[in-house]
Design a protein around this ligand. Structure first.
Ligand code: CAO
Length: 560
């Protein structure tokens, strides 16, 4: 037998005697570099220990419940093939010249949340809470946010969960008070010192001592040094808030979270059997198996079926079977091909996207007058501007201003990511005798309103003639559904996945609008923006709507 490689607990910061709560390997397993060996969990952080070498596990030297520290021996491996043969002799964390990571890359969870460089700083009477010392981690994605503007929070309330591929950690608030501003969003990557929230502290009174210490650093132009924090502020910003603890209401290691994400299992629905209510990998597997065997969601992927029968999925009753002929004369017609396809898409999007619709009115009095005037000037040429073309052009500008709207969620292995598109292809819903189709105006940012009007007209005709090809209907970033030619007030369009938002517009009408002195008649376009809440929160959606309405109210702004 060749020499065995020892894999030990690497540098885990200030942690000592940390319990092993899960073991992922057993004797005989073949593992690769970076495969998780075990999960350690202190009361401050959870971390996976990855293997620093590849090979066959010959000995496992720890058990669940054992307490380990830096240097504790975890497993012994028989090196795998030539790659392992080049491994250096046994050494500490076993990180060697085989391409495996240096010790500096190993999990190094935050031992505490010191104020220096992180924690809370004061600025103008408001306390700023930043990411504390999180060891060797940087650019760690925010996977959960627990606070929003207006929330009242206490010291130690969780602000956000950060998750690297090695550890999951909650960042607790070091201040108590009312959240004035949340400066990060899901998916943002943060490092030590990154500002998370601004809190108006409950105990930030206007006493001279507090004001002096709060404002002085601003006069100096630098950040508030810890030493200058007054006792009153210090009470709101404790020097040693309890540090990182495992995220959210669900307790699970990063690898189990990744596993659950991969299978589409909602961890909140999984029955935890691990210590301290921890969800284990086997729990996720059992959950998925249960969902699949109930058959309540037949023909769906494991992701869609997850939770069926357990209250977490779609415990749907079968479609009602009614003998309609018993009640009167009927005629049965097959659904059109378009309706069958679009129906399946719509049903998926309706069920899978947590969508919210936001309404706004745009004053298009001047724009409509301009449109009518230009069309009059061009009567002879036959060129015609449509309101839809203006809305497409304005939407492009709004997408440029709010890039989150020009994204798609993408599952990259077990990681969800957001794809930002740098192109601006705008789809529009077209009503045809056979059903709804969604042709796409490509590169609308590079086209004039005249060109867009001409193209939407041509595509709408092609749609009605049933001649749209796949290329005409692919590559969209954002969709507009215009019922303006028909009527209506507001509606709730369904997001056209994998896009993250859709704008619906109805017929513009003259409405009395108060201008501060009197009611004046203004042509008002009702807008309904539906957005995927996983990507776009309500504040952003409303900002988008307000901005779009401003553009339509004064179209010159599109050029700014
Ligand atoms: N307010 C008031 N009038 C409007 C308007 C609005 N928001 N939008 C269009 N109009 C007017 C147009 O100016 C036009 O009048 P004129 O002929 O006097 O100029 C008339 O209504 C008809 O317009 P249109 O709807 O035919 O043309 P369009 O360019 O506005 O839209 C298209 C083209 C393809 C989007 C549209 O024909 C269509 O199919 N709409 C239905 C989309 C749909 O079904 N959405 C729901 C999808 S999901 O539930």
């Amino acid at each position: 037998m060749s020499q065995l490689i020892e894999v030990k607990v690497p540098d885990i910061g200030d942690f000592d005697a940390v319990p092993v709560i899960e073991l992922f390997v057993k004797v005989g397993d073949t593992i690769a570099v970076d495969d998780a060996i075990a999960t350690l969990e202190s009361d401050k952080a959870t971390m996976d220990v990855p293997s620093s070498a590849a090979g066959v596990v010959r000995e496992v030297l720890v058990e669940v419940g054992d307490k380990v520290s830096e240097g504790s021996l975890l497993i012994k491996l028989e090196a795998a093939g030539a790659a392992a043969a080049s491994l250096p002799p046994l050494q500490g964390e076993g990180r060697g010249g085989d391409g495996s990571k240096p010790a500096a890359d190993l999990p190094h969870p935050p031992p505490s949340l010191p104020l220096e460089g992180g924690g809370a700083k004061t600025a103008g009477g408001i306390v700023e809470v930043a990411v504390p010392d999180i060891g060797d981690f940087s650019d760690v994605p925010v996977i959960e946010l627990f606070v929003k503007a207006g929330d009242t929070i206490k010291v130690d309330d969780a602000i956000a969960t950060l998750e690297s591929d090695k550890a999951t950690m909650d960042v607790p608030s070091s201040a108590a008070g009312v959240v004035k501003e949340v400066l990060v969003k899901l998916g943002d990557k943060v490092s030590q010192g990154h500002l998370l929230i601004r809190v108006e502290t409950a105990s930030a009174p206007a006493t001279p001592v507090v004001e002096a210490s709060t404002y002085a650093p601003l006069v100096d132009g630098g950040p508030a040094p810890t030493a200058s924090v007054s006792p009153a502020v210090a009470a709101a910003v404790p020097a040693a808030p309890s540090a990182v603890k495992l995220g959210g209401t669900v307790h699970a290691s990063p690898s189990v979270r990744a596993y659950a994400r991969e299978l589409g299992a909602d961890l909140a629905q999984v029955k935890a059997t691990g210590p301290k209510g921890r969800v284990l990998k086997e729990d996720v597997t059992a959950f998925i198996k249960g969902a699949l065997t109930t058959g309540v969601v037949p023909g769906k992927t494991p992701a869609a079926a997850a939770g069926a029968g357990l209250g977490g999925g779609l415990d749907l009753l079968p479609w009602p079977k009614v003998d309609f002929a018993k009640f009167g004369e009927i005629e049965v017609k097959p659904l059109s091909r378009i309706k069958k396809i679009s129906g399946q898409n719509l049903a998926r999007n309706w069920v899978m996207i947590p969508a919210v619709t936001y309404h706004e009115d745009a004053d298009i009095t001047d724009l409509e007058a301009f449109r009518v005037q230009v069309n009059k000037e061009n009567e002879k040429s036959g060129k015609k501007l449509t309101m839809l073309a203006f809305i497409i052009k304005a939407s492009v500008r709004a997408l440029q201003e709010f890039p989150e709207f020009n994204t798609s969620l993408d599952a990259n292995g077990s990681e969800l990511s957001l794809v930002y598109k740098k192109y601006f292809n705008i789809a529009f819903a077209a009503d045809t005798p056979n059903g709804l189709v969604v042709p796409v105006v490509k590169d609308a940012d590079r086209k004039s309103v005249f060109q867009i009007a001409e193209e939407t007209g041509a595509l709408a005709k092609k749609a009605r003639d049933g001649k749209l090809g796949p290329a005409d209907m692919s590559g969209a970033c954002f969709t507009i559904s215009s019922l303006g030619g028909i009527g209506g007030t507001y509606f709730a369009p369904i997001v056209n996945a994998p896009e993250v938002a859709i704008l619906g517009v109805n017929k513009s009408v003259m409405k009395p609008v108060w201008d501060g002195k009197a009611f004046v008649p203004r042509l008002t376009l009702p807008m309904s923006l539906t957005a995927d809440h996983r990507v776009i929160d309500g504040a952003l959606a409303t900002r988008f709507n307000v901005y779009l309405a401003q553009l339509l109210a004064d179209f010159r702004r599109v050029m700014l």
